[in-house]
Design a protein around this ligand. Sequence first.
Ligand SMILES: [Zn+2]
Length: 368
Amino acid sequence: MSDWRRKNEETDEADFAELMELEEELSYEDGYLHKKRSARQAELRKKRKRNQLIREIILIALFVIATIVIIIVVRKCTGDDKKPSPSESQESTPKNTTEFVTDATEDTTRASRETEFTVPTRLPDVTTEPVPQTEPTDPPATEPPTEGTTEAQGMIYNGVQLPPYRPLQQGASVAVQSGITMPSWVVQDLIPVDGAHRPGLVINPIKHVVIHYVGNTLSSAKDNRDYFATPPDSPVYDGRQVSSHFIIGLYGEIIQCVPLNEVAYAQGVSASSGRPNHNWDAISIENSHYNDAGEFTSMTEDSLVKLTGWLLQSYGLPANTDTIMRHYDCSGKACPKDWADNPARYEAFVQRVADYMAAHPNIAAEYP
Ligand SMILES: [Zn+2]
């Protein structure tokens, strides 16, 4: 009995030992598997994270590239419409004239003006419209606009000896400007695009016609046109940037210096004045005068009525004191001097233009 018992106990012990051994093995295998699974899990997580990161980087890169492309495209599109700030004054007038002297106060530094010309919008119109360029071989000499003005000695007007009338020759010209056909009674002698007098900037929609006097008694339309055309590299260039779309002379002759679709430097004001700069939305007309009071001859004024009326009709504008402005109304300058000193004469002129337009509802057709 005790033998069996001992044997049985021994067997039991052996069984127990094996059981422990197996359990130990099992737990070892569990641990191994667990470790292996954990390692694999960590590897997969890492891989997933890396792929995610790569996808994000690619997405960001694509976004950045797209943004850059959009910016470039937008800049290219809007870049052409960019204009320099229309806040600077650009006007001055011939030497030794009252207007010239007072203009100096409105002038800006050379450097700031030069920066303005680094970004000019060159005229697409001039090249797209049918452009007969300078034609020295084709001289349609203009007839003097009023009779009795061809005398070699010049006319005596209100007791003042006028310089002789010299027939004008058409110079550089553009037949159609801003869709408006230029009439034959305007002599085109466009000054060169030089970045100074004629910057070649596209003008905004026209809202006004601004009237000036040249401030240089008895100077002709041609004299003033040639002054505007002084090359910036000429030794006689005075550093001023000044021009006008039209100049009317003592005998009523009309010269165009700057095309209708371009800015002329005639009635600019400095930004500090707080006034709008009408260089950007007005056609300017300079006028010769026969005395220092700045009075126009009747021939000058007759041409001025016709030209102003034709311009207003061409732009579909009425004649009133808003559409017809004096330089005085733009900047406070005494220009035209006679109309600044005698506002009633300016008002009478506006009325004359209104009456003329009513009597001639289609000046362009009537006087092509
Ligand atoms: Zn003026």
